[in-house]
Ligand binder design. Structure first.
Ligand code: C5P
Length: 331
C-alpha cells in the first residue's frame, strides 16, 4: 500500500479463510428465485490477507493486483463496507487492500469471506462494533454464504444457505483443495439443476423437500458423533477415524456434482485422483470448481497435492480450521 494514506487509526490486517461444503442438498426453487438448501460448511486453513485502512475523507476504495477481482461497487466487500459504514453512522474513507491467494469463483467462498473480513476489519479500525444481529442482517443481505463466516468452524447451513447454526467442531483432518482452472457459474449450475429436476418425474417439490430433510437428518446423526468437549478431536484418534468413515456411510453428497460433473468431466477426474491417492472422502465444494479430499494422514494429503500439481491442477494441502482457531488466527 503506497504511503499516501493519511490514517486516522492504525490499519488492521485480517486473514480471510476459505470454506468447503461437506455435502450440499438442493431443494425446490422458491418464489424469490433462490433455492432451498441444506449444507455443512467447514472453514479451512487457506486464506487471503486483507488490510483495512481508515483515512480522512469519504468513500470506499478497493485495491487488488489480481485483475479478476472487481474493485468497484460490484465487489461484495464494497457492498458490505457501504452497509457497515451506514450502520455505524461513521464518516471515513475506507481502503480495502486484498492480497489474493485463494482461487477466484472457486466454490470456496473467497469473495464472501473477504466481505466478512472487511466487516470485522472496519469495526476494528474504527473501534466501533455492530451488534451480532446487525452483522448477520448485513451478511445475509449481501449473499447466501456470507453468514457462515460470522461463525466459522463446522456450520450447518439452511434456508438459501444464509441461516447458520454452529455445530460441534470436526477433528482437524488434513484436506487437499484442488481448483482446476475452469470457471463454474453458480446461477448456471442452479439453472441446470432445475432442468434436471423438471426432466425427472420423481423430483417433485415434495420429493425435493423430502431429500433435503433426509440430508439434514444424516448430517445431524453424523455430527452427533463429534465430542462436544470443545476440544477438537486429534485427527489420529479412533473416534476421529470412525467419524470420517461415518461421513461416507451417512451418504452425504453434493447435489451440484450431478449437474457440474457432466459439464466439466475434468472435475470428476480430479475427484477420482484424490480417491486413488487415499482420500477417505472427496467431493465438489459448492458449485465448484474446487474439489477437495479429506485425509487421515498429512503425508498422504501432501503426496496427493503434489500429484495433482504435477498434472497441471492447482492444489494445496491444508487442515480443517476449528471455530476457536478461525477466530484466533483471523486478526
Ligand atoms: O446469494 P448469492 O449472491 O451467493 O447467490 C448467487 C446466485 O445463486 C443467486 O442470484 C441465485 O441465482 C443463485 N442461488 C440460488 N439459491 C441459493 C443460493 C444462490 O438459486 N440458495
Amino acid at each position: 500500500v503506497p504511503c499516501t494514506i493519511d490514517p486516522i487509526n492504525m490499519p488492521v490486517t485480517v486473514r480471510s479463510f476459505a470454506k468447503i461444503n461437506l455435502g450440499l442438498a438442493i431443494g425446490a426453487r422458491r418464489s424469490d428465485g433462490f433455492h432451498d438448501l441444506r449444507t455443512v460448511y467447514q472453514t479451512v486453513g487457506l486464506h487471503d490477507v486483507m488490510r483495512i485502512d481508515a483515512t480522512r475523507g469519504v468513500g470506499i476504495e478497493i485495491r487488488c493486483k489480481d485483475p479478476r477481482v472487481p474493485t468497484d461497487e460490484t465487489n461484495t466487500c464494497w457492498r458490505v463496507a457501504e452497509r457497515v459504514l451506514r450502520s455505524l453512522k461513521q464518516r471515513s474513507k475506507i481502503i480495502i487492500s486484498i492480497d489474493k491467494k485463494l482461487p477466484v469463483q472457486g466454490g470456496i467462498g473467497g469473495g464472501s469471506s473477504n466481505a466478512i473480513a472487511t466487516m470485522i476489519g472496519i469495526e476494528k479500525v474504527l473501534k466501533s462494533n455492530l451488534s451480532g444481529q446487525e452483522r448477520l442482517r448485513i451478511a445475509s443481505e449481501v449473499g447466501s454464504d456470507l453468514p457462515l463466516f460470522l461463525i466459522g468452524g463446522t456450520v450447518l447451513g439452511c434456508g438459501r444457505g444464509e441461516e447458520v447454526w454452529a455445530m460441534p467442531d470436526l477433528p482437524e483432518w488434513d484436506v487437499v483443495i484442488a481448483t482446476p482452472n475452469v470457471g463454474v457459474s453458480t446461477p448456471d449450475a442452479f439453472r441446470r439443476w432445475d432442468e434436471l429436476v423438471s426432466n425427472n418425474g420423481k423430483l417433485t417439490d415434495t420429493g425435493l423437500s423430502d431429500r433435503i430433510s433426509v440430508f439434514s437428518r444424516s448430517a445431524f446423526e453424523w455430527l452427533a458423533g463429534v465430542p462436544t468437549t470443545g476440544v477438537p478431536t486429534k485427527k489420529g484418534g479412533d473416534r476421529a477415524e470412525t467419524l470420517l468413515l461415518d461421513l461416507v456411510r451417512a451418504g452425504i453428497e453434493n447435489d451440484f456434482e450431478r449437474v457440474v460433473f457432466p459439464e466439466y468431466p475434468e472435475l470428476r477426474d480430479v475427484k477420482r485422483v484424490l480417491e486413488r491417492e487415499g482420500a477417505d472422502f472427496a467431493s465438489l465444494s459448492g458449485s465448484g470448481s474446487t474439489v477437495f479430499g479429506l485425509f487421515k494422514a498429512r503425508s498422504a494429503a501432501e503426496k496427493a497435492a503434489e500429484r495433482l500439481v504435477s498434472g497441471g491442477i492447482p492444489a494445496q494441502a491444508t487442515q480443517l480450521l476449528s471455530r476457536e482457531q478461525y477466530w484466533k488466527q483471523m486478526v
